[in-house]
Write a protein that binds this ligand. Structure first.
Ligand code: ZN
Ligand code: ZN
Length: 372
């Protein structure tokens, strides 16, 4: 039996590099060799035991790779050696939910999220892609792995928050929290034509990045309640759209307080426990407020659109990739990311690289490859 190196969840607060069986694609499936992947805030929840997964599961849901082998039925559609990404969400495209347009809810509540959740994920040398015809998205020429590394999840989710809110040209938007997803929501608000984009966070470097990603105003929560300041920026009304990108009661409540009557709260956070909508900012339930939630849109057509934005240089996501590691260095990478040390935003993980930091640094941005 062929084996491969992968990072598996062992138990709460324990992950390890292990040799696991290399998957063999069946009909409709594809095997890709991972060239780059990354760590997501959701992975931190999983490792800390806040979101349960089975022991032995390979984690990770943000794959960039090369097609290594295709199962029956895909031979005329894809070629071995083709560079691809796969969305964090892999809809089947055929079930009740998919055919009703709720691809992320494929098969049932957040069922479209399979990698590193219900099936083995991308922190490995190889990844088995289910429903490959709906999910393998070829990378445009001239784009590096790092150019597209944040498309499978972070960019799709952040932009999705702006799209779900139906932001219109000239809208006033506030984005609560400027982590990677919040920054992509800020970018999404800009792409949708918002005239005022308020980026909110407590970390100065993140606010600086928010300005780079399209925030026209930034507010530091360490300097006091952002909501009165948002009201002052909007003639006392509040914003048309507030995007919540953290998943806490406090940011949810602030987002609610920041929107005008008839406005939209677009929620991207993953909440744990009970969430309360306070009476006043909820306008007693008769304020014509819309609360919408979004799980990362996936599928190859979504990925094609996101990569088209990158290829046309409408967006550049690479400033978010601040650190690089080999897959063997996962514990160090995870520790850095989960504790937000060293001003980390996102880390790139390279399964193809040995445990050698100097070699890694010489690789620098974009370990894209043509050979296979
Ligand atoms: Zn994620
Ligand atoms: Zn489906």
């Amino acid at each position: 039996m062929r084996t491969m190196k992968a990072v598996v969840f062992q138990e709460k607060d324990r992950i390890a590099v292990a040799d696991v069986p290399m998957p063999v694609p069946r009909a409709g499936e594809a095997l890709i060799r991972i060239t780059a992947t990354t760590i997501c805030g959701t992975d931190v929840h999983i490792v800390r035991g806040e979101y349960p997964v089975r022991p032995g599961l390979v984690l990770g849901h943000e794959p960039v790779g090369v097609i290594h082998e295709v199962g029956r039925g895909l031979e005329s559609l894809y070629a071995v050696g083709q560079l691809v990404i796969v969305g964090a969400i892999t809809p089947c495209g055929q079930c009740f939910y998919c055919l009703n347009g709720s691809h992320s809810q494929c098969g049932g509540a957040h069922g479209g999220w399979r990698f590193g959740n219900t099936i083995d994920g991308a922190w490995a040398e190889y990844l088995l892609v289910p429903d490959a015809r709906a999910n393998l998205a070829p990378i445009p020429h001239n784009l590096s792995d790092e150019d597209v590394l944040l498309c499978p999840d972070i960019f799709s989710t952040g932009l999705g928050g702006a799209e779900s809110a139906n932001i219109k040209a000239g809208d006033a938007v506030a984005v609560f929290a400027q982590g990677p997803i919040g920054l992509c929501a800020t970018l999404g608000a800009k792409l949708r034509g918002a005239s005022l984009v308020v980026g909110i966070d407590a970390v100065p470097e993140r606010l600086e990045m928010a300005r780079r990603f399209g925030a026209t105003v930034t507010l530091n929560t360490a300097e006091g309640d952002p909501v009165p300041r948002i009201k002052r920026l909007t003639e006392g009304r509040g914003v048309d759209v507030a995007i919540e990108a953290l998943g806490r009661q406090e940011t949810f409540e602030n987002a609610l307080r920041a929107i005008r009557p008839g406005g939209t709260l677009s929620s991207l956070g993953v909440y744990s426990g009970k969430l309360v909508a306070p009476y006043e900012p909820f306008y007693a339930g008769i304020g014509d407020i819309k609360i919408v939630t979004t799980l990362c849109p996936g599928g190859k057509e979504r990925m094609r659109r996101l990569m088209a934005l990158v290829a046309s240089q409408r967006v550049d996501l690479t400033p978010l990739i601040t650190h690089r590691f080999g897959l063997d260095d996962i514990e160090e990478a995870f520790d850095l990311f989960s504790h937000q040390r060293d001003r980390v935003m996102k880390v790139a993980l390279y399964p193809g690289l040995a445990r050698d930091r100097r070699r890694l640094e010489s690789v620098g941005a974009g370990a894209s490859e043509a050979e296979c």
